[in-house]
Design a protein. Sequence first.
Length: 287
Amino acid sequence: MREYPDFHLILDDTSSNKVSIDYIEIMPNEEKKIKDEDEAIDDEQDIDQLSEEEPFRILVFKIKPEEELLFNLIFSPSGTRNYKFELPFFLSYTGTLKRLRKLVSATSVTPILELSTNNIDFKKVVVNQGDKNQCGKMEIILSNNSSSDLQFRLESKDLDKSVYEYSNKGTIYSFNKYFLRINFRPIEALEYKGTLLLFIDGKSDPLFEITVKGEGILPRLIFDKHEIIMPIVPLNIEAKSKLTIINQGYDNIELKSRFNCDTNLIKIKVEWPDGNQLGITKQKIFV
C-alpha cells in the first residue's frame, strides 16, 4: 500500500495471531514490474498520485485456504481536503487482480468545535496553604467553527473537584473562541489525574474527553546544579563559582550556609550578593 499520512492500514486484533506481516520498501519503477496497468479501476485520472521518486511500502503476508483476515483502515485527517486513491492488493507471482483493487475515497471537513488541546498537564504545583492566589492556571481555547452559537457543559468523569476549579457550562458564540480556564489547587503532596467530558447542545454523548493531571508538592528549594566543581587555579589565586537557588512555595525564608569541614584548613566561604532572603517577590538568588 502506498503511504498516505492520514491513512493507516492495520491488522485487526482478531486476526493478529493468525498471520505475521513483513514490510518491504520499493521504488516506483519496481512497482511497474508487478502492476497490471490494463486492469486499472474506473476514474483513474482522478486518483491521487505520489511523486515518482518517492518510495513506498508493501505489506507481505500469507493467508491459508478458506481463512479470513480482517484489516482496519484508519482515517485521521490532518486538514480539510478530498481524498481518492487506489488500495491495491497483489498476489505473489501473479500480479494484481481487478477484484482485489479497491478505490478509497474520503472527505475531511472542519469540525464544528475545536480544542486547542485535550491534554492539560499542570506538572508540579505547591500544595495550597490558604492563599487563594496560589494555584496552577491553564487555559483551553474552544473554537466554534459553525454559524450557530454552541452551548457546552463539562462533567467530571473521575476528576477531583476539591482541587480543580473550572466553569462547568457556557456559550461559545458563532465563529468565536471561548477561553476555558482551569485552576489546580492541590491539598496534598500527591498526583491528581482525571477526565473531563465536554458535551454540546444538550447531547447525551460527549464530544471530547479532556485529560487533566497535576502533582502537588510541598514548599521546597531547588538548585540549578547538583554539584559545584571549582575551577583549577594557581596557588594563592581565588577560585569562584556561582549557584542559583530557586524558591518553590515559601512566602518568606532566610537562607544560611554551613560547611561540614574545617574552614580554617580549607579556605572557603559563601557570599550573598543579592541578600539571603527568598519569598513571594524574590523567587531566586545567586550565591
